[in-house]
Design a binder for this molecule. Structure first.
Ligand SMILES: C[S@@+](CC[C@H](N)C(=O)[O-])C[C@H]1O[C@@H](n2cnc3c(N)ncnc32)[C@H](O)[C@@H]1O
Length: 229
């Protein structure tokens, strides 16, 4: 039987005090870290299928095993679904060999993949981040995606953006970071009784342990002005 999952605990109460400053800093500066050769190689594997695809592109960023990506591919047969994760151990584990033709699983570091995709001009129809590592220690704040220098690039890929997390603070910070980028987003919560369907193994684990999960969906992109400096 699966062990109950522990709630996220943190000494941080409320949004991190450096949130606005950090988001503004990354908005002002283009991140220059060199791209890793293995990232370029991994990206090369999906350039052609994406270019050849005439329908929408959906990115499941940090897909873990790819269970959620598989379901997205089944639910959206007109779309090409890319499931990306850096863990070779997780990616594809437990998935059937006979997978839909519109599903592509890619082992890559998102930090580089997002930048390569933006530089190639990709425009996503939908972009999901299901249960990214929360990094709850205040000192690890900079590792949360919304506090990372890659965040503006992630947003530049466009599309309907949805984040899910079992840590409310992460959801609140994500929503605030989006607002600083001029995106209005709706935050709601799910529990085992309200979730229409479970999207991923981590969501299953959390909901079945009695935890609440949080969902942040961008509902508009053009009605607010981003922070300017
Ligand atoms: C908590 S798991 C969630 C997995 C899956 N989305 C789910 O809900 O079941 C977070 C995943 O993000 C992946 N990840 C973290 N940082 C990453 C990065 N820089 N590039 C690619 N994947 C990353 C990890 O390998 C891990 O599989």
């Amino acid at each position: 039987m699966q062990q109950p999952s522990r709630r996220v605990t943190s000494s941080q109460t409320g949004a991190h005090p450096a949130l606005a400053r950090t988001v503004a800093k990354h908005l002002r500066q283009t991140w220059q870290r060199p791209l890793a050769a293995h990232s370029r190689q991994a990206f090369a594997a999906c350039v052609e299928p994406v270019a050849a695809w005439s329908g929408p592109i959906i990115l499941d960023a940090g897909c873990g095993t790819g269970v959620s990506s598989l379901q997205l591919a089944i639910d959206n047969p007109e779309a090409l679904v890319l499931g990306v994760d850096k863990s070779a151990v997780r990616l594809g584990r437990g998935l059937p060999d006979d997978r839909p033709g519109n599903l592509l699983l890619l082992r890559a570091d998102l930090v580089d993949l997002w930048r390569l995709a933006a530089a190639t001009g990709w425009k996503l129809a939908k972009h999901y981040l299901f249960y990214p590592n929360p990094w709850p220690k205040p000192g690890h704040f900079g590792r949360r995606w919304h506090a990372h220098p890659v965040f503006p690039t992630l947003l530049a890929l466009g599309g309907e953006l949805e984040l899910r997390t079992n840590w409310e603070t992460y959801a609140l910070e994500w929503q605030q970071a989006l607002a600083l980028h001029g995106r209005r987003a709706e935050l709601d919560s799910l529990d085992a009784s309200t979730a229409a369907s479970i999207v991923s193994p981590f969501e299953r684990k959390y909901l079945l342990s009695g935890q609440r999960c949080f969902r942040v969906r961008v509902i508009a992109t053009a009605d607010l002005c981003p922070l300017r400096h």
